[in-house]
Design a protein around this ligand. Sequence first.
Ligand SMILES: Nc1nc2c(c(=O)[nH]1)N[C@H]1C(S)=C(S)[C@@H](COP(=O)(O)O)O[C@H]1N2
Ligand SMILES: [Mo]
Length: 360
Amino acid sequence: MIAGKDPRLLVRSQEPFNAEPPREVLRHSFITPVPLFFVRNHGAVPAVDPGAYRVSVGGLVRRAASYRPDELRARFGDVTVVATLQCAGNRRQELMAVRPIEGEIPWDAQAIGTAEWTGVRLRDVLEDAGIAAPAAHVAFLGLDAIEHGGRTEKFGGSIPLAKALGAEILVAHAMNGRPLTPIHGSPLRVVVPGYIGARSVKWLEAITVRADPSENYFQAHSYKLFPPEVTPDIVDWATGVMLGEVGINAVICRPLDGETVRAGAVTCMGYALSGRHEVARVELSIDEGATWTPAALKGPSERWAWRFWETSLALPPGRHELIVRARDTAGGSQPENPALIWNFKGYMNAARHRIGVRAA
Ligand SMILES: Nc1nc2c(c(=O)[nH]1)N[C@H]1C(S)=C(S)[C@@H](COP(=O)(O)O)O[C@H]1N2
Ligand SMILES: [Mo]
C-alpha cells in the first residue's frame, strides 16, 4: 500500500494508483480521514523538487506572476473550506451492469470524500493579477505527464471564470489540517467544490486565464457526457458536453448490498450531495417506489459538503430491495434507473441507488 493510505482501501489499479474506501467505512466520519480518502490518478505521481517549485499565473491578466507556496500564503492568507470531492466516475459499476464500459475504472460508490481544505482563494490571486478581457475561463495544469494515444500531455482542465471567482475555490496546501500528501497533490492543488473531481487539479504548475475552455485532453476530449445511444465507434467528440457542476445524488452505505440483517427495525444510513443547490430531502422505499419513508438529515450541514442521512425501516423476514432518492432545494431529482443515463465513458451516475438485503 502507498505510504499514508489505509490497507482497507479497495485498490482499482496500482500504477497509476487508484483506490476507494469500503462503503461501510466511508460513512463513519463526516470528514474523511486522509488515509481513507479515495485517490484518482491518471498517471504517475510526479517528482516535485520542493526548492524549485513555483506556480505561475498568466494568460489574460495584466500582471503575470509566479509564487512559491510560502509566498502565496503570505500574500493572500489562508482560509479553510469543508468540501466534498467526487469523481465523475463515481458509481460507474452500476452503469457497467447495464451495458459494458471499456477502459474505465470500475468505481463503486466511494470515489468520493470530504475534507477540510486550507489554502488561498483563487479569486484573490486572479484579482491581484488583474483579469483582462476577453477572459471567460480559468485553466489549470498539473505537473504529471500522462500518455494517451501515443502522446504525452500534462493533466489539466478549466472552469468558467464566474465559478473561479467564487469564494469556495482554493489553491490548497493542506487537507484536514496537515500538509497535502504527495498522492493528493502536494505542494499545491486546486479545490473546486461543487464540480467533478477532475477540475481539482493536483500538483498545480500553472493557472491561465483564457477566453475559451482549456484545450487539454482532459477538458476538450475526456470528461465529456454523451447520450446513451452514442457508442465509441460512432462518437463525434466535439458534440460531448464538458462536465463541471455535480447534481443531486444519494447512496445507501448501510446496510450493505447482499447483507443479511435481523428482521424488524433496520437502521439505514448513507450520504447525499448536490454541487449546485442543497440537499432538501432524502427518502427510502422498500416497495419499488410505491411508498417512501423520509430519512433524517444528520450531522454537519456545510454548503460544499455532502449531507449524511439516517432512518429506520421496518423489514419483515424475506428479501427486500431498498431504494433511495433525494431532492435538492431547486426541486432537482434523480433519474429512476441507470439505463436512462448510461453513457459509454460511465460518468455522472446519479440514478436512484438500490441495494438488496435479506431480513431473517
Ligand atoms: N494533476 C492531476 N490532477 C488531478 C488528477 C490527475 O490525474 N492529475 N485526477 C483528477 C480526478 S479525475 C479526481 S476525481 C481528483 C481526485 O483527487 P484525489 O486523488 O485527491 O482524491 O483529482 C483530480 N486532479
Ligand atoms: Mo475523477
